[in-house]
Ligand binder design. Structure first.
Ligand code: TYD
Length: 206
């Protein structure tokens, strides 16, 4: 039986990382082991992308969109450590960011339809069984980033871009009616969000 493919999305500073740790620990406690992974990946293209987000001369959005897609296709299909390889072994995968991030972030400057089409029409792309979006006010995200990051990356600096990215996420979710997408109000306390997240994930796993 194939494992389930679960994606976690949110703005920078939305608390994704904390919630993924809590979710994995809760699942482990009830005997469900998961593989946690993230995008950009730690592979060649992912590393190049991280460099690009930190300090690149070339900030072309189409180039970024194409590289994120290339990173994602390797992430999905890599025979040794790709997402499909885990799912085929019956292992559930939790992925921190996926194509929704490309639509929302690269869609701020590149044509969103182009970004969506090239991702969604790639034959080897996987559709997640579930996507959870941690929805936090852009102002709150910016406050948290200011407190925790010494050198903010490209998308972590500007409140107007952060607002635009959040709007893009919501527009994209409205367009992807056929997908299983759940939006969680993540302005609340960590424990409440963790409980709601676990309940949603268990519905998919059971
Ligand atoms: P992030 O999850 O914030 O990683 P970290 O906490 O390790 O910095 O992701 C890094 C950045 O990459 C984030 O600002 C969003 C951006 N990103 C895109 O612009 N497009 C994409 O397709 C993905 C996956 C991420």
């Amino acid at each position: 039986m194939s494992g389930k493919f679960i994606v976690i999305e949110g703005l920078d500073g939305s608390g994704k990382g904390t919630q993924i740790e809590r979710l994995a620990a809760s699942l482990y406690d009830i005997g469900i082991a998961v593989h946690i992974t993230n995008e950009p990946t730690d592979g060649y293209i992912g590393k190049y992308l991280r460099q690009m987000l930190k300090n690149s001369e070339n900030k072309d959005m189409c180039l970024q969109g194409a590289l994120f897609l290339a990173d994602r296709l390797d992430h999905v299909t890599n025979p040794t450590n790709g997402i499909k390889s885990y799912l085929d072994k019956g292992i559930t995968v939790i992925c921190d960011r996926y194509y929704y991030s490309s639509f929302a972030y690269q869609g701020t400057a590149a044509d969103m339809d182009w970004v969506m089409n090239m991702n969604l029409n790639a034959q080897s792309m996987l559709t997640p069984d579930l996507c959870i979006f941690f929805d936090v006010n852009p102002e709150e995200c910016m406050d948290r980033i200011a407190k925790t990051r010494e050198n903010p990356e490209l998308y972590e600096k500007d409140i107007d871009i952060t607002r635009k990215i959040r709007n893009n996420f919501h527009n994209v979710f409205a367009r992807l009616q056929g997908e299983n997408i759940k939006i969680i109000d993540a302005n609340r306390d960590i424990a409440t969000i963790a409980k709601e997240t676990l309940d949603i994930v268990l519905e998919v796993l059971n």
